[in-house]
Design a protein. Structure first.
Length: 150
């Protein structure tokens, strides 16, 4: 099987379905933090707005301009993020990175839908785009925590 055929198979029907139905798109009027991240390799960008209440994400919005893999990742994250603590979200980010780089375990529920991206582990040039939504969200959570600590 050629590398091109493998890449075409990577864009499975489920990944394309997720990419076509990203929840929480747009922007929040009054976020606690906003972060825009860009993958230098492919130019994909994700901007996230986060609002926190009682130590959990209470509202979330994302503006996603990414490849189908980055969109699929943002879709899973958007579906799972509300009600999660910063520690749960950081654990999901770390698990996704480990899954892609080291064939580690799938991120824990409710982020276990990221399993659909496991075939992308062979394509290191796609990892940054897949990580964008969680990386941006974690950076936004850091900003919120640093603001409250100050």
């Amino acid at each position: 099987m050629t590398a091109e055929t493998d890449l075409i198979k990577l864009y499975s029907g489920r990944i394309l379905e997720l990419a076509a139905s990203i929840p929480h798109t747009g922007r929040l009027d009054t976020p606690d933090a906003t972060v825009k991240k860009r993958s230098p390799l492919c130019g994909s960008t994700v901007t996230v707005d986060v609002r926190m209440q009682d130590g959990k994400v209470s509202d979330y919005a994302q503006d996603v301009k990414a490849c189908a893999l980055g969109q699929a990742s943002a879709s899973v994250v958007g579906s799972a993020i509300i009600g999660q603590t910063p520690d749960q979200i950081r654990a999901a980010r770390d698990a996704l990175r480990d899954m892609l780089k080291n064939d580690g375990p799938t991120p824990a529920a409710p982020f276990d839908g990221l399993e659909v991206l496991r075939p992308a582990s062979a394509y290191k040039n796609r990892h940054a785009s897949i990580m964008l939504a969680l990386d941006a969200t974690c950076e936004a959570l850091d900003q919120v925590e640093n603001t409250h600590d100050a």
